[in-house]
Design a protein around this ligand. Structure first.
Ligand code: ATP
Length: 323
């Protein structure tokens, strides 16, 4: 915990707290306390200063700030939370930290992104009202074993959202959808590898929480199904869900998550078209599930095929949303 967190948690205890008491308890000067209070105000905390009584916390911002998320986290995996305001891309920020040697468990949070990305450089619309986060991990696996990490992450996000009461399913490989098949979240996995060892992986998650005035087509929002949720709670629930899935992945690889992934998979039994990154159709068939390495199993006219990468589109039938 930083000194700023200490000041905040003393204020959270309730009532006015004098600057002198705070300074004494934290072993810092009164000027330092005043500085922390002014930074907290800049972050959106409403703090009154009552003459003769002290500082009084009146309200906290609804934002995924480390100060708000940290106290809600159950998992100890996420040891260093940063950010919380607007940024370009949390994945870019987290990759920069990873290259500079940041510890595993580093998480970059944001309330808005100006350059959010999906797979293959596609835009992830990231207006204020969402939660955008990237987590740094350094699993001891080879680069070839990395792709199912994206599936593990999507499962963790869905399971985390489910703890808030959101009915969340996974769409192979990296999307999280609501009960109506609308995209609630996307996962972007980026890795750095040396020869046959993974150096680090950054798991980026873009979460739609509050519905903006101009939502992208096919987007669903956490607030559509749960109304009283704060963005800090969404961030904490998703980080806890991710931690649990990653702990299990670390212990036994994707195969230990396979059954859970399948139970949340929205594609099983559906007719799909799989295209490559250029949009060319590679396979058409009915999804059977995923294998122990997270590859999609398809029953096609010419037999069973396994797909390790690609774009999956539901074959639309009359009245069905093709997403
Ligand atoms: P698909 O949905 O076709 O499987 P994908 O999962 O490969 O796509 P991503 O790379 O994860 O897609 O995400 C980028 C795509 O998601 C964009 O091209 C756009 O269609 C859509 N999109 C962008 N921002 C949002 C958002 N905030 N909510 C929902 N969908 C979005």
């Amino acid at each position: 915990m930083s000194r700023r967190d200490d000041v905040l948690s003393a204020l959270r205890a309730g009532g006015p707290v004098s600057g002198e008491t705070l300074a004494h308890e934290l072993g810092v000067s009164r000027a330092a306390v005043a500085k922390h209070v002014s930074v907290l105000r800049e972050l959106g905390y409403s703090i009154d200063a009552e003459p003769g009584a002290g500082y009084w916390l009146r309200g906290a911002p609804d934002a995924p700030l480390p100060e708000e998320v940290r106290p809600l986290l159950i998992s100890s995996r996420w040891s260093a939370l940063t950010g919380g305001g607007a940024t370009g891309s949390t994945n870019d920020d987290c990759k920069r930290l990873a290259r500079a040697g940041a510890a595993v468990g580093t998480v970059v949070l944001a309330a808005a992104q100006s350059a959010g990305r999906g797979r293959m450089g596609r835009t992830w619309e990231s207006p204020e009202g969402g939660v955008y986060l990237s987590a740094l991990i350094r699993p001891t696996i080879s680069p070839a074993e990395a792709p199912p990490l994206a599936l593990a992450a999507a499962l963790g996000v869905a399971a985390g959202l489910a703890t808030l009461g959101v009915e969340a399913g996974v769409k192979w490989p990296n999307d999280v959808q609501d009960a109506r098949g609308r995209k609630l979240a996307g996962v972007l996995l980026e890795i750095s590898a040396e020869a046959d060892a993974l150096e680090w992986a950054v798991i980026g998650v873009g979460l739609n929480v509050l519905r903006p005035s101009d939502p992208p087509p096919g987007a669903g929002y956490v607030s559509d199904s749960v109304s009283d949720v704060t963005r800090a709670r969404v961030a904490a629930a998703v980080l806890d869900g991710l931690a649990l899935a990653l702990d299990r992945f670390d212990a036994g690889g994707f195969q230990v998550l396979r059954a859970d992934f399948q139970s949340r998979a929205i594609l099983t039994g559906r007719s799909v078209v799989v295209s490559d990154m250029h949009g060319s159709v590679r396979h058409e068939g009915v999804v059977q599930g995923v294998d122990t390495q997270g590859r999609l199993i398809l029953e096609t006219d010419t037999g069973e095929v396994t797909v390790s990468a690609g774009e999956v589109t539901l074959r639309s039938h009359a009245g069905e949303d093709p997403r």
